[in-house]
Design a protein. Structure first.
Ligand SMILES: C[S@@+](CC[C@H](N)C(=O)[O-])C[C@H]1O[C@@H](n2cnc3c(N)ncnc32)[C@H](O)[C@@H]1O
Length: 273
């Protein structure tokens, strides 16, 4: 990885443009499937960290806003500012306490204020500026507050058992990297990046949702592959038949594979003395 946090051959396209365009039919449904698979674990962690009444929160790259809304409805936080480059899925479902801001978090002048909780899930992995952003997001946390980052951990390494799913997942990560600069290789370093950003203590956990036919996570991967099929084929690692075989495999009892996990890492900003 180079100093900008980019790999050897990062893509020049951007999330939401080259792939995962919000205007594509039911892109919100795809993001919601991922949320269904991971929201319970995210909410449990945010509540364990203290999110509750009195907390002002920032949800960066909020997507369809499931975490933002559950922070308000279930944790009872005071307010959530949900930020996204495209807010169509956020403005469609307003709730009291939810403020929506359309903004590019990579913009040098992105400065929406200071918050007790700053949260970003499945966002930094798609942004080549990720290392700078860890520091920038830490700067938005008020003293005593917490920064929580969630990103994907790939479990289809060369040593993982070979199967139709693993072949297509490897092609997906490579295709997304070539197309938009997505990179998950740095994710295990997340706790250290938080520490380097001046947060302490830091900690992390990983959740791997079970791949079962018809489950939200299995449907999420199928939909994600369909939307990134062109990028996967361009890698030369798979062809259409291999993608179709992986889709059938995921929906069958033959499936014996590990989903990508969600690594959630958090760190506290020291309180002012
Ligand atoms: C994979 S989705 C994750 C959505 C949500 N955080 C979740 O976990 O369900 C990534 C989100 O980040 C947003 N995003 C991507 N690049 C962004 C940027 N530069 N600034 C703000 N939001 C961005 C996308 O529009 C999308 O809604």
């Amino acid at each position: 990885m180079n100093a900008a946090g980019r790999g050897d051959a990062p893509g020049s396209g951007r999330y939401g443009e080259a792939v995962f365009r919000p205007g594509q039919p039911d892109e919100g449904g795809r993001v919601d499937l991922g949320a269904l698979a991971y929201d319970d674990i995210t909410l449990a962690r945010l509540r364990a960290l203290g999110a509750g009444p009195g907390w002002r929160c920032l949800d960066v790259g909020a997507g369809t806003g499931t975490v933002s809304r559950r922070l308000l409805d279930e944790a009872g936080v005071t307010s959530v500012l949900a930020v996204d480059r495209d807010v169509r899925f956020l403005t469609g479902r307003p709730v009291p306490g939810l403020d929506v801001l359309e903004a590019d978090v990579t913009a040098p002048d992105f400065d929406p204020g200071r918050f007790r909780l700053v949260h970003a899930r499945f966002v930094l992995m798609h942004l080549p500026e990720r290392l700078r952003l860890v520091t920038a997001l830490a700067g938005l946390v008020e003293p005593g507050g917490v920064l929580v980052l969630g990103d994907a951990v790939d479990l289809t390494s060369d040593r993982a058992p070979d199967n139709p799913y693993a072949r297509v997942m490897r092609a997906m990560w490579q295709g997304l990297r070539d197309a938009i600069g997505t990179d998950v290789t740095w994710v295990p370093s997340c706790p250290r990046l938080l520490r380097d950003a001046g947060l302490a203590p830091v900690a992390a956990e990983i959740h791997v949702p079970p791949l079962q036919p018809g489950s939200p996570i299995s449907r999420f991967w199928v939909d994600t592959w369909e939307r990134s099929r062109e990028a996967m084929l361009a890698t030369g690692l798979v062809d259409d038949a291999a993608v179709d075989a992986a889709i059938r495999y995921l929906d069958s009892d033959a499936c014996a594979a590990l989903s990508a996990g969600l690594l959630t890492a958090w760190g506290r900003k020291p309180a002012e003395t």
